[in-house]
Design a protein around this ligand. Structure first.
Ligand SMILES: O=c1ccn([C@@H]2O[C@H](COP(=O)(O)OP(=O)(O)O[C@H]3O[C@H](CO)[C@@H](O)[C@H](O)[C@H]3O)[C@@H](O)[C@H]2O)c(=O)[nH]1
Length: 467
């Protein structure tokens, strides 16, 4: 099979991992490549777990001509949890994908015209390498969906331990990565499973970290203005800084409540006055915390738009938000000041609305990039995974602040008084406001003609054209 890429209109295949936090940047990359005139095939495992993911893929596919953008499906085999080493649903899903990806070589070979490159989500790198071991001349790239700072940890993680006796206690309180410019990472910011190299997540992370050099390049979803210090490279595959930002095809993908009524509600507010609260696609919040959050939002005195995921409200009891809060007076006050939407809003549309000035976020990386893109200042409250490391980027860049003393979300209940106070602080902070707006302007320059992200994209496309 000729994968030499000597085509004027290269054909690139993209393999996303499950979850909105991974699918969204993959589709943004796919849209950007299609807008640059490339042919794109999305390789998608079915059944897709969530309706939101299916909907987003359909929106993407219908936004481009069928001869330019296609989906190629493969079946995800089911795995008997009794036959795998961990009961963690994420592990079981990964294992199912690993087994199912054995089909990848024949699937890739069936694509016409032949592809110039395969870009896989970072979570799939080992399964992809295993499956494509015989496709030696296929250029392969990784899409890293978190921050460059997190990448510096990923790329060097395997160097911190001796393979025979992984012992995290030997690692100091601050982790020095071999990347020039990366400020040492506090051990306390590491995703909790990575602090114990015996967990399956840490061993997978370590194994993947060693395999980076098998790839021809790594695409990172960030902007120089956010993380110039972390982008100085190292002895690794080339890094391509592709800022992946909300696209046309996503517009109107809102599911909870009515998009029109949300926008109308925002239209009636003063510019920059609204605080938006959302914790990504997977958050759960304790009932006690929901009540305190409601209290805090009212105390902040700001109009607010709060997205509450369905699973937060205990479905078995069929509790409404009113029941969960259990304080009719508070609910009344909340209704006066804010809008509570269940499940989902089109976050890009909300952050891009002129009334929205602040964002309380778990610092999922896509949310950070979106806040940067729209120049909205952020109050970070990490809840798991890479989110503390991302929150450090938020603070260092000047995009926002991180409520460090609140701990990981869910560790303890944070009182409404504290939440209200912190929100009030960021909303009144004019310096933060102008810093965030400047980051937004710089992000637009980076993605525009001659900008660093656009140049990185053109460099990649040039490689795929064999220029
Ligand atoms: O009501 C909502 C909630 C989310 N989103 C979108 O869904 C995506 C969510 O991504 P992200 O903000 O990164 O949060 P998670 O869904 O939590 O993302 C997972 O994936 C990220 C990228 O790897 C990691 O940084 C996170 O820690 C991990 O939880 C973003 O594009 C949001 O705009 C909406 O449009 N509407």
């Amino acid at each position: 099979m000729d994968h030499s890429g000597a085509h004027n209109r290269p054909h690139v295949a993209l393999l996303p991992s499950a979850g909105m936090g991974h699918l969204t940047p993959t589709l943004r990359l796919a849209a950007s490549l299609a807008n640059h005139g490339l042919q794109v095939t999305l390789i998608v495992g079915h059944p897709i777990v969530s309706a939101a993911e299916s909907k987003l893929i359909s929106r993407f596919l219908s936004a481009f001509p069928a001869d330019q953008v296609r989906e190629k499906q493969f079946d995800i085999v089911s795995v008997d949890p009794a036959t795998v080493n961990s009961k963690d649903p994420f592990f079981i899903q990964r294992e199912a994908t690993r087994r199912s990806l054995q089909i990848l070589p024949s699937l890739v070979s069936s694509l016409s015209p032949p592809i110039s490159a395969l870009v896989s989500d970072v979570f799939l790198m080992s399964p992809v390498l295993e499956a494509t071991a015989n496709l030696k001349d296929l250029p392969q790239y990784i899409l890293f969906t978190s921050s460059a700072r997190m990448f510096s940890l990923f790329a060097s993680y395997h160097t911190f331990f001796s393979e025979t006796s992984p012992d995290f206690s030997k690692v100091g309180d601050f982790i020095e990565t071999p990347f020039p410019g990366v400020v040492p990472i506090p051990k306390s910011s590491l995703p909790p499973p990575l602090r114990d190299p015996k967990t399956w997540f840490a061993s997978t992370f370590m194994e993947d970290s060693k395999k980076l050099s098998n790839f021809d390049g790594v695409l990172i979803n960030t902007f120089e203005k956010l993380e110039s210090d972390s982008l100085k490279g190292g002895k690794l595959p080339p890094l391509f800084t592709v800022g992946l930002v909300p696209c046309e095809f996503e517009k109107g993908s809102e599911q909870g409540g009515s998009a029109e009524s949300i926008i109308k509600w925002l239209d009636d507010k003063e510019p920059g006055s609204v605080v938006y609260i959302s914790f990504g696609s997977r958050t759960t919040m304790m009932k006690e915390q929901i009540k305190e959050m409601g209290e805090g939002l009212v105390r902040s005195g700001c109009p607010f738009l709060w997205v509450v995921k369905d699973k937060i409200v205990d479905k078995e009891d069929n509790d409404s938000l009113e029941d969960v809060i259990g304080d009719a007076e508070l609910v009344e006050k909340m209704k006066e000041k804010g809008l509570v939407v269940k499940e989902w809003v089109d976050q890009g549309e909300v952050l891009g609305h002129k009334s929205v000035g602040g964002f309380v976020s778990h610092c999922g990386w896509n949310s950070v990039v979106e806040a940067a893109w729209y120049g909205v200042r952020l109050l970070g409250w990490p809840q798991s995974g890479d989110q503390r490391i991302n929150a450090e980027v938020v603070e260092r860049s000047g995009l926002g602040v991180w409520a460090k003393d609140w701990g990981w979300m869910g560790e303890r209940v944070i009182k409404g008084q504290d939440i209200g106070g912190k929100i009030g602080e960021i909303m009144r902070n004019d310096l933060l406001k102008s810093q965030a707006e400047q980051i937004g302007e710089e992000a637009r320059k980076a993605v525009g003609d001659g900008g660093s992200c656009e140049n990185a994209m053109k460099e990649l496309i040039g490689k795929w054209k064999n220029e």
